[in-house]
Design a protein around this ligand. Structure first.
Ligand SMILES: CC(C)(COP(=O)(O)OP(=O)(O)OC[C@H]1O[C@@H](n2cnc3c(N)ncnc32)[C@H](O)[C@@H]1OP(=O)(O)O)[C@@H](O)C(=O)NCCC(=O)NCCS
Length: 298
């Protein structure tokens, strides 16, 4: 495959859900552009932000598969494997999505390459002190990784948190690419980070992975910051004819899509559903308590 054709099948997309407060008509259309079973699943989320994130993930997948393969938008049929990973039959491409914090991301690749992506917001949700939080996570990382996360004496907690989430994202991107997710112990996946700092707009491409102490040279990782509070990692298994030397692997930066770009080329699969839309706007956005005015939005 030529580098040009290959690059059209590769995608790194990001959508900022914190800045998208859907209008009624936007939500009516968006919720008609996903499969029925996903609509039902998303309808069960308690919080609006979770429903919105999952919905945007499905829309990114549909836009990507349709535009990269030429399959008409409303005819793309997503299935889930036994571990819950979405896929399409007879794939011409592979893809994966992730959502956390303010962002939903998609990574798309040639069918010959497995791909996984993970985005994380820097926070420790448990509310425990950092020491305690790290201690509950102790079994998930190797001693070398913990050494790097904690850093030399005097390393600020903020730096330790960033490094923790970098390792977490890298491991999860790999396990999402292979499809097991974190049903596999995270400490079997040992990441070797060589670049100390991540920056917005710059890809760190030289991290390596060992699984059960065996180096996996065909795996390629791309890490970056989406902003100062979010890191993202993409794991790709490169096929043998696409090594760094031969066809020149080009890491892609994330392209930001707004709602118009997300819905461009869309066509509904389902009837528009005003009842479903009303229920969506009744949900509380996360962390809003008490929820008093939501139902007045429609
Ligand atoms: C899959 C898993 C890694 C998701 O982690 P997470 O940090 O909560 O979520 P992310 O935002 O990064 O990714 C979620 C998306 O990944 C995709 N996904 C789901 N399962 C997946 C899997 N096994 N492998 C790769 N991707 C998966 C979906 O698109 C999902 O979006 P959705 O929840 O809106 O459908 C995690 O749930 C896990 O490891 N589960 C273990 C596998 C398992 O037990 N599955 C249940 C059997 S059905």
């Amino acid at each position: 495959m030529s580098t040009c054709a290959a690059s059209q099948k590769r995608a790194r997309w990001v959508f900022n859900i914190s800045t998208w407060q859907p209008t009624e008509s936007q939500f009516l259309l968006a919720s008609a552009c996903i499969q029925e079973e996903e609509k039902v699943r998303i309808g069960k989320f308690v919080f609006r932000s979770d429903a919105k994130a999952s919905l945007v993930g499905r829309l990114l997948m549909r836009k990507y598969v349709s535009s990269a393969t030429g399959i008409p938008y409303s005819e793309v049929n997503f299935l889930r494997d036994e571990m819950g990973k979405p896929y399409v039959l007879n794939p011409l491409v592979n893809f994966n999505v992730s959502h956390h914090g303010d962002y939903v991301v998609l990574a798309g690749e040639l069918a010959s390459n497995k791909v996984g992506v993970d985005v994380m917001k820097f926070e420790y949700k448990t509310g425990k002190e950092l020491k305690e939080f790290f201690s509950t996570m102790s079994r998930q990382f190797t001693p070398q990784e913990w050494g790097h996360i904690r850093g030399p004496i005097g390393t600020p907690a903020s730096k330790q948190v960033v490094m923790f989430y970098r390792y977490w994202c890298l491991k999860e991107s790999y396990l999402k690419a292979v499809g097991t997710g974190i049903s596999v112990d995270l400490n079997r996946v040992a990441m070797m980070i060589q670049e100390q700092d991540l920056r917005v707009g710059t890809i760190v491409p030289n991290t390596q992975v060992c699984f059960d102490d065996k180096l996996l040279p065909s795996w390629h990782f791309e890490e970056t910051l989406l902003d100062e509070d979010h890191c993202v990692a993409v794991a790709v298994s490169k096929s043998s004819d696409e090594d760094d030397v031969g066809h020149g692997w080009v890491s892609q930066t994330f392209q930001s899509l707004d709602i118009n770009q997300l819905m461009e080329g869309s066509s509904p699969l389902l009837e528009s559903d005003s009842c479903y839309t009303r229920e969506f706007f009744k949900k509380c956005e996360k962390n809003t308590k008490p929820c008093t005015s939501a139902s007045s939005l429609l």
